[in-house]
Design a protein around this ligand. Structure first.
Ligand code: AGP
Length: 614
């Protein structure tokens, strides 16, 4: 996710764009930039770092002008640095663009433009797009709006863009597919932004572009709305916004955590976008392709991580061994780094980290590298310390995770790890083509199945009210859902401060069952796939001791419904993909219990989003 802001009107653009970017920093904050038009030339400043850094750097340029566009970046292609920051110029210097999204086919477009003499300063997909627009404008001899429309029909991916042409300085062209874009409509002025927070103080009249819509915003004129596909006229739907600033930053949700729970369908889709080509039966992951032999010939794969990322690693252990038949060990990074582990240059280490800054995980990576192991990173922050320290990697595209409790990071990590395991399994030949394609097709249905799982939120809120005053909880799961049980317990602990433990369901008889009484809520993951009958037996053992049972079941399950005190349904899917669905109700139950207990959900006591200390 990135934040885009634009202004065209009668005021000075600079302060509006800068303040607007500050309000959008929750969408990304690894670099920022601004371009202003002072009536003669475009003055552009951009820098790695936060908007505050941009304010300082922009002192070097003229800040005059009533037209401006700005960008705060969450890197997806190209590490965070000055050159990769937006806005980006076209080769002629006449056009500038800001972009939120991912252009999947930018490499092939870049090759073609290079053949036509274009040069590129950055590693970004966005700079390719602005030069494609310039090339279309030149070869088709059309105005900016038409050039944007033609160019976008050659593009595959997601975007919210704003483009300015200094040769036509009374307009800004915007377009949207997959990433949000709002237009604020004021008196003789227009605002452009990823959400309304940059302009809500100036106007609450807004047009939210729909996917595959573009607009030519010209001073003194009505907005011209068009369909990108065929340039057909579209009609703006002007909304009168009622939200306040804080509500807008949280997308109308009460907390960032809830917003991020609901972002998971989009985050999972963005994570496999450009990598999962189900129709062609392909998984495209350069970091794996270039190092395939290391993975296939590894003595063992060791996964190191902390907290929720460690739970994602546990899920990966089941997936890699079950599907790819590759031995995997999962270790807490903090233990691995100090126990003098046996690791050689024949081993592969996978480090999982949302922040990419966790000190223990970073130290474990350095230890493994000292011993010659190949290190692969799964991170959510482009250019983070762990991303830079590893030999190769694959980013999750969850977008910034602001809530301290990790949610979309967990499901997008599992998505990346599943893609890796499937790719290795196919290359090893342990998978038939049919089975492989079944997995690829099912993976594509996960975002909609997560949406369906989220529909239980109202029921979950009711259940949360029943158990919000508990002092202890148990979480049980088997197989792929054992790590989900651990993750569910961690979520509850860290935001509601209720003690909770996750266990393999079969472990109950080895001690924990002594805890069961009518005061003990037990969350049991009892989906149809994976040892279902055995989990049902565990539920009966709990019930006979008057334990309270909240079961996560496959939709349509009747058997558990007769046994449990509450059931929450998730759609059916392949066994190895159930963690992507069963974790959703557990995220929501911990969220609602924490809210009902008056806890600070986004910043729980004693916790930090990134544990950069040991
Ligand atoms: C999870 O909800 C916690 N916030 C915490 O356990 C976190 O997963 C852990 O600190 C690891 O962080 P990382 O993924 O950024 O390395």
């Amino acid at each position: 996710m990135c934040g885009i802001v634009g202004y065209i009107g009668h005021r000075e653009a600079f302060p509006i764009v800068i303040k607007g970017l500050q309000r959008l920093e929750y969408r990304g904050y690894d670099s920022a930039g601004i371009a202003l038009f002072d009536g003669n030339q475009i003055n552009l400043s951009k820098t790695k770092g936060k908007v505050e850094d941009l304010k300082n750097k922009a002192k070097e340029i003229s800040q005059a002008g009533s037209i401006g566009i700005g960008h705060t970046r969450w890197a997806t292609h190209g590490v965070p640095n000055d050159v990769n920051s937006h806005p980006h110029y076209s080769n002629s210097g006449n056009l500038v663009i800001i972009h939120n999204g991912i252009i999947e086919n930018y490499e092939s477009i870049k090759q073609e433009l290079t053949k036509r003499g274009y040069t590129f300063q950055s590693d970004t997909d966005t700079e390719v797009l602005i030069n494609l627009i310039e090339e279309v404008k030149k070869t088709e001899d059309v105005k900016l709006g038409k050039a944007v429309q033609i160019a976008l029909n050659q593009v595959v991916g997601a975007y919210a863009i704003a483009v300015f042409d200094k040769e036509k300085p009374d307009e800004i062209v915007v377009a949207k597919l997959g990433s949000p874009l709002a237009i604020g409509i004021g008196e003789e002025e227009f605002f452009i932004a990823s959400d309304a927070s940059p302009f809500i103080e100036f106007t609450n009249n807004a047009v939210y572009l729909e996917d595959e819509e573009m607009a030519i915003i010209r001073l003194g004129k009505e907005i011209k709305l068009r369909k990108i596909k065929d340039d057909a006229v579209a009609y703006p739907r002007i909304l009168e916004l009622q939200m306040n600033l804080e509500e807008i930053e949280k997308g109308g949700y009460d907390h960032f955590m809830l917003k991020e729970i609901y972002e998971q369908p989009r985050a999972i889709k963005d994570t496999y976008r450009g990598r999962l080509l189900a129709e062609q039966g392909l998984i495209r992951m350069a970091g794996i392709d270039l190092n395939m032999e290391k993975f296939l010939n590894a003595n063992k794969i060791i996964i190191v991580a902390c907290g929720t990322s460690w739970h994602a690693g546990l899920v990966a252990e089941y997936i890699f061994e079950d599907l790819a038949r590759i031995p995997v060990e999962v270790e807490y990074a903090s233990e691995f780094r100090y126990r003098n582990p046996v690791i050689t240059d024949k081993d592969v280490l996978i480090a999982i980290s949302q922040s990419g800054e966790t000190a223990d995980t970073l130290a474990a990576i350095k230890l493994a590298k000292e011993k010659g192991a190949f290190v692969f990173g799964v991170c959510n922050v482009v250019g983070s310390s762990i991303a830079r320290e590893t030999d190769a990697g694959a980013y999750t595209h969850a977008g910034p995770e602001i809530g301290v409790a990790s949610t979309k990071a967990f499901t997008t990590q599992i998505t990346v790890l599943t893609l890796m395991a499937l790719k290795l399994a196919k290359t090893k030949g342990v998978f038939s083509e049919t089975k492989y394609r079944e997995y690829l097709s099912e993976l594509e249905t996960i975002p909609s199945k997560v949406e369906k799982s989220l529909e239980s939120n109202t029921l979950i809120e009711i259940i949360a009210d029943v158990y919000k005053d508990s002092t202890n909880c148990l979480y049980l799961g088997r197989g792929y859902n054992f790590p989900v049980a651990l993750e569910g317990a961690l979520k509850l602990k860290e935001i509601s401060y209720i003690h909770a433990e996750g266990y393999p369901a079969a472990e109950m008889k080895h001690g924990p069952i002594a805890l069961i009484d009518e005061q003990m809520p037990v969350f049991v993951i009892a989906t149809k796939k994976g040892h279902y009958e055995k989990v049902v037996s565990n539920i009966q053992e709990i019930k006979s001791r008057k334990g309270k049972i909240i079961a996560i079941v496959t939709e349509g399950d009747e058997q558990v419904k007769d046994l449990a005190d509450h059931v929450i349904e998730v759609p059916e899917t392949l066994e190895s993909l159930t963690p992507l669905l069963t974790t959703i109700p557990l995220q929501l139950i911990s969220y609602h219990i924490a809210v009902m207990r008056g806890c600070n959900v986004d910043q729980p006591r004693n916790l930090a989003k990134s544990v950069t200390v040991e």
